[in-house]
Write a protein that binds this ligand. Structure first.
Ligand code: HEM
Length: 396
């Protein structure tokens, strides 16, 4: 999810680079230029950026492009992040993924639904929510946090810790990726330490929360340290993106009263609202890969180990793929967006994230006739797209 700045190199497109990111306003304008002029672009600082839908889609599923940063094992064999599912390959990845994804498939999802409903009711059902409200502070962050906390059995009073670590990890993966895989302690190590203790406690108590029903075999297979590290990753990945799906969706609906009215008239459009937000304002904007051998991408040869940044946010606005691509349109049908990735590492929490987005939207539609934008602040992050604040005028 990053490009690591090492030295300053001025370029009109440097805003795509972590560290040089200058706010959300011009990101998509840069993506549009890149897609038109150089859909596979080698930046002066060496990294490759890919913007076109087909190129990004094919690259996501290309096994010659690795998830594992080259040299990271030798650099820091003990970094917690190195054990994360998302940075594994081949059979190690397949076995770990199989163990972690169990609760998200088939009947497992039914156990998650009441937890989602309760969290939405708790925060969006709050009778005080009317007039000008910062919905990020009121509920878009709190709902996914509460859900992942309950699903992993984290006590409510520990959630501020999880929030602080998640925000720090989000920043580190954007601007300090080399540090994340480097020598020093980082927030992922701290969060993993917490989860190792948490898992130890759960195993002793024998009362396992919904996402950890398979904990005994996971801990047997991996050992408690690697299990704790992966559950810390699940806690982070399991809410830091969904928070932004919900905020970004309300942002667009507040700016499009015609679409809000259409939704109120026909609730079956709610699923389209979730999908259209994921396309137009993808919470994960960047996915990183490293070629295991020289590869040709869009006619350009790319050397082994070169960082390739797949700009999912740009692919999802490719006009060759999506007509009138920068328009939020509930009537859009057709090809899938790439917001959850593709291939062996495609998101395992997709159904849960969509369930959360849908549940919050249903609750908002039931409560407010009108939602109007008052003010907002995009996050300073080039990899994760979302709002630090979103004040809406809510009218019942
Ligand atoms: C709107 C919300 C979400 C978005 C946009 C999102 C996006 C993504 C993307 C793009 C990837 C693939 C990254 C890559 O190929 O390198 C991914 C992987 C992953 N996601 Fe999500 N995600 C969301 C919600 C969730 C939730 C709710 C969970 C779990 C509770 C979750 C757990 C994971 C895990 C464990 C992986 C790694 C899978 C692997 O490496 O095999 N995600 N997600």
């Amino acid at each position: 999810m990053h490009t690591g700045p090492s030295e300053a190199v001025e370029h009109p497109w440097q805003g795509v680079r972590a560290g040089a990111f200058e706010g959300a306003a011009d990101t998509y304008a840069i993506h549009d230029e890149m897609r038109r002029q150089a859909p596979v672009w080698q930046a002066p600082w060496g990294d490759i950026y890919v913007t076109g839908y087909d190129l990004v889609s094919n690259s996501l599923a290309d096994r010659k492009l690795s998830h594992v940063p080259p040299g990271s094992e030798a650099a820091q064999p003990d970094s917690a992040i190195r054990d994360w599912l998302i940075y594994q390959e081949g059979s190690t990845h397949a076995a770990l993924r199989q163990a972690v994804q169990q609760p998200f498939v088939g009947k497992g999802m039914a156990a998650l639904r009441p937890v989602v409903a309760q969290a939405v009711d708790e925060f969006v059902g709050d009778a005080g929510l009317s007039g000008a409200v910062d919905v990020v502070a009121a509920f878009t962050r709190a709902v996914p946090e509460r859900i992942i906390g309950r699903l992993l059995g984290v006590p409510d009073e520990d959630m501020p810790l999880i929030r602080a670590w998640s925000v720090a990890i989000r920043t580190m993966l954007d601007t300090g990726f080399d540090d994340a895989f480097g020598d020093g302690a980082n927030p992922a190590d701290e969060m993993s330490g917490y989860f190792v203790e948490h898992l130890r406690h759960l195993l002793a108590a024998g009362d396992l929360p919904p996402l950890l029903a398979g904990l005994p075999s996971l801990a047997d297979a991996l050992g408690l340290t690697a299990a704790g590290r992966n559950i810390a990753f699940l806690a982070f990945a399991g809410h830091e993106t969904t928070v932004h799906l919900i905020g970004n969706m309300l942002f667009h609906l507040a700016h499009r009263p015609d679409q809000w009215t259409a939704l109120r008239a026909d609730r079956r459009l709610a699923a389209n609202a979730v999908a259209e937000t994921l396309r137009l304002e993808s919470p994960v904007q960047k996915i990183c890969r490293w070629p295991l051998e020289p590869v040709v991408l869009g006619g350009r040869e790319i050397g082994k180990d070169r960082l390739v940044v797949l700009l999912v946010g740009a692919a999802n606005r490719d006009p060759a793929q999506f007509a009138d691509a920068s328009r939020f349109d509930l009537g859009r049908a057709g090809r899938q967006n790439l917001a959850f990735g593709r291939g062996a590492h495609v998101c395992i929490g997709r159904a849960l994230a969509e369930m959360e987005g849908h549940a919050v939207l249903e609750a908002a539609l039931a409560r407010w006739k009108i939602i109007e934008p008052v003010g907002w602040q995009w996050m300073d992050n080039s990899s994760i797209r979302g709002l630090d604040a979103l004040t809406l005028r809510l009218t019942a």
